[in-house]
Design a binder for this molecule. Sequence first.
Ligand SMILES: Nc1ncnc2c1ncn2[C@@H]1O[C@H](COP(=O)(O)OP(=O)(O)OP(=O)(O)O)[C@@H](O)[C@H]1O
Ligand SMILES: [Mg+2]
Length: 302
Amino acid sequence: MTDTTTASTAAGGPDGPDRSDAPASRLSARGLTLSYDSRTVVDGLDLDVPDGRVTVVVGPNACGKSTLLRALGRLLRPRHGAVLLDGRELDRVPTRAVARSLGLLPQAPVAPEAITVGDLVARGRQPHQRWWQQWSEADERAVTDAMDSTGVTELADRAVDELSGGQRQRVWIAMALAQETELLLLDEPTTYLDIAHQVEVLDLVRRLNRERGRTVVMVLHDLNQAARYADHLVAMRGGRIVAQGPPDRAVTAGLVREVFGLEAVVVPDPVTGGPLVVPGAPAPAAPGAPASVPVSTRKATP
Ligand SMILES: Nc1ncnc2c1ncn2[C@@H]1O[C@H](COP(=O)(O)OP(=O)(O)OP(=O)(O)O)[C@@H](O)[C@H]1O
Ligand SMILES: [Mg+2]
């Protein structure tokens, strides 16, 4: 296991964590081991989610990303170790307090049958309600705001199960936003979305972070989107964190090889100057086909 980026950034050097430099963290994991029956999926994992930052978790299929997120959102109990919220074991924090601090959008959420978009988004307000309290102006504002910012207002009266995959995904994001939690855990929020809506959702997440100070942890598959939108990148493989840190330090050809087993080159992103991963082993040409010429050496056509 290489952990060089961690060693040079979050952990503060080879002598161990330098707590004075470490960003504050309301949400963390200590020695977290997660299992399904007898099968361990996440093994002894430590993580400090930096407050007020966007953390993106990347890694190959089945490496334990969703399992980790579910445990951070208290949908899964640790086999060993703990998730800490404000220094308290998550299991010991009252459910309502967890739900007011932490919103989780799972990878494959299931909506109640025949529920409308408006009603589903409104369910995000449940942690804020009491049995003696009417639906408040604050509830209304939060729902309207969440639906506006995800572009689902016109869908309010439609049944969720009649929507396209991308529309449905935005409705779920609206529900998570309506919960108005300081910590937001999003498992692949861009799945099913076309490229314009992917960028829209990621920009929205960043705005929530930059303008409203929300702490975000999200799982993304696209390494280049991860590099663009993460302040803190966490790379997992086989249930462990193999590297973490700011993307411009964490994303290297070595990391891509180690985590995904993929040869790649990392070049400056022409838009942001950050790292851009380009899979780097060209496919052999088909027999008899002319050799391909790298774009940079092609002559301009008149
Ligand atoms: N409810 C479950 N019961 C049993 N095994 C599970 C369950 N959920 C996940 N697993 C297993 O745990 C491992 C990790 O799954 P997880 O969903 O955390 O992976 P992931 O990194 O999110 O993958 P993906 O990128 O495909 O979403 C996989 O081998 C998976 O089969
Ligand atoms: Mg997953």
